[in-house]
Design a protein around this ligand. Structure first.
Ligand code: HEM
Length: 475
């Protein structure tokens, strides 16, 4: 692997990605096939220039450079076109706030993801997976991402708000979250004045953002007046002050000033962050895993053996996830090949050096995991689906930035354990009961510029694995 060091070239000397258009920059090749575009970048260099609309961005394609960007979050702070737009939409929560606010926010939300709480969320995951797999019928063709998205959003909603939302409120949340997520990344490429025009698409977006805010405001007010810990994420966020005083911090950072609790606006922003971060990511991860397994009969057979042995026909639970190592490796490998969070930005807060290039303060750097995940020479046969590459003895020698599906450093995904548990549990529940085969009419190219990298239309035919259900379906 080549890595330019020692020299200090100017940013204008960076190798450039091909296919740039005036105003739109690289929006066109990124829209047509984001994975192919991102995967091609490492062939140009370790740090490559890409235009996000009118903005020049440097993309680290080498694991060491990506790791430097992710772990030095003071210099490579959240900002640039992606996070500027996110802040304008879902606010200044832990995922989008700048460095100087982050440590305090992270300490306050961290108890919400404590392993004890995760056990309760796993009960919701189990119930939702039973509902999903119980709804399907032998011979039915399912739009896999759509079905999983409904399940993942309901899971995060019920983990946030233990008191079940009524069906209308849940449907309202779903529609609004979908509208926002569908447009967030695309808005990065559109000039701001266009986004303010009174077009139906903009009005729909603004209405969705306002609807989400209103719905969350009502729930927070209801929780505050109730005053009890309902064991859910929202209760944890509301009572964050007491917990942080006793539980300390997860990072080796000095105490940041600014108080030990979240005010109402901050709670809205955290809840919006969780809804945005925790729904389409999981749905995309499991969809890609099912797609990959359909093309890999040996891997599927091994998965069936593991799931049948551990679950024995029963439901997948939070506890069973620990006994499903191969299922976990399938999820990790799907996340390597198709990382749902595929494009985020940072902005340099001071003059800095990256891979031998001098970056002036204010330079946009793009965190694009597929540019590293599919880099030739880093992984053996990087485009192949090989879950066993995650066996400890094989993964041991990978450099730190080689796998960045959950980011890294202090800003690493707060919901990593939540997302991995849910994805593994869902996958086990599905393959334990059903066999899924890709059906005609699918289009598995990733959706153009959606926030999560997900298939456009993954249609799969469902058939029962046990003979009795199959007979019932055929009768
Ligand atoms: C397979 C599922 C998931 C994937 C692949 C994923 C991926 C990511 C990535 C890449 C980041 C870092 C973004 C950056 O550095 O700019 C992130 C941050 C975050 N994620 Fe996830 N995520 C997943 C599930 C979840 C879930 C289920 C939740 C919550 C319920 C969640 C909550 C968060 C939060 C709060 C942050 C911000 C952390 C911080 O800045 O301190 N994620 N996620």
């Amino acid at each position: 692997m080549c890595l330019l060091r020692g020299s200090t070239s100017r940013i204008t000397d960076l190798p450039r990605a091909p296919g740039r258009l005036p105003l739109l920059g690289h929006a066109w090749p990124m829209m047509r096939n984001p994975l192919r575009f991102a995967g091609s970048l490492s062939g140009r260099g370790d740090l490559v220039e890409v235009r996000l609309g009118p903005v020049r961005a440097c993309v680290p394609c080498h694991p060491d450079l990506l790791w430097q960007v992710l772990t030095d979050d003071r210099t490579f702070d959240k900002g640039g076109p992606f996070f500027d737009r996110v802040r304008g939409t879902i606010g200044n929560g832990v995922g989008s706030c700048p460095y100087h606010e982050h440590r305090r926010q992270r300490r306050l939300i961290q108890p919400s993801f404590h392993p004890e709480r995760l056990e309760r969320y796993a009960t919701v995951m189990e119930q939702e997976s039973v509902t999903l797999t119980g709804e399907w019928e032998h011979g039915q063709v399912v739009d896999v991402y759509g079905a999983l998205y409904g399940t993942a959003l309901r899971t995060v909603l019920r983990s946030l708000f233990a008191t079940r939302l009524d069906a209308d409120a849940a449907a309202g949340f779903r529609e609004s979250v979908e509208t926002v997520l569908n447009q967030l990344t695309a808005r990065m490429f559109l000039p701001q004045p266009l986004q303010r025009l009174p077009l139906p698409v903009n009005r729909r977006f603004d209405r969705a953002v306002a609807g989400l805010r209103h719905g969350i405001e009502n729930l927070v007010a209801e929780y505050r007046s109730g005053g009890t810990d309902r064991g859910d994420l929202l209760s944890a966020l509301i009572s964050a002050r007491d917990q942080t005083t006793h539980s300390g911090t997860t990072h080796n950072e000095p105490e940041a000033p600014g108080g030990g609790s979240l005010d109402d606006t901050e709670i809205h922003d955290q809840v919006l962050t969780m809804l945005a971060a925790g729904s389409d990511s999981v749905a995309a991860a499991v969809s890609w895993a099912l797609y990959l397994l359909d093309r890999a009969p040996e891997a599927l057979a091994r998965l069936h053996r593991e799931v049948d042995t551990v679950l024995g026909g029963g439901p997948a639970t939070g506890a069973s996830v620990r006994e499903l190592p191969y299922t976990g490796r399938v999820v990790t490998e799907a996340l390597r090949l198709y990382p749902p969070g595929w494009l985020f930005t940072r902005v340099t807060t001071e003059r800095s050096e990256l891979g031998g290039y001098q970056l002036p303060s204010g330079t946009t750097v793009a965190f694009c995991a597929p540019a590293v995940h599919r880099r030739a020479g880093l992984y053996d046969r990087p485009d192949a689906f090989d879950p066993d590459r995650w066996l400890p003895e094989r993964a041991r020698n990978l450099p730190k930035g080689a796998f960045a599906a959950f980011g890294g450093g202090a800003r690493k995904c707060a919901g990593e354990a939540f997302g991995l548990t849910e994805s593994t549990l869902l996958l086990a529940a599905i393959v334990g009961r059903w066999r899924l085969r890709r059906a005609p009419g699918s289009d598995v190219r990733p959706v153009a510029l959606s926030t999560a990298l997900r298939p456009r239309r993954l249609l799969m035919e469902i058939s029962a694995r046990d003979a009795r259900t199959a007979e019932k379906g055929q009768a």
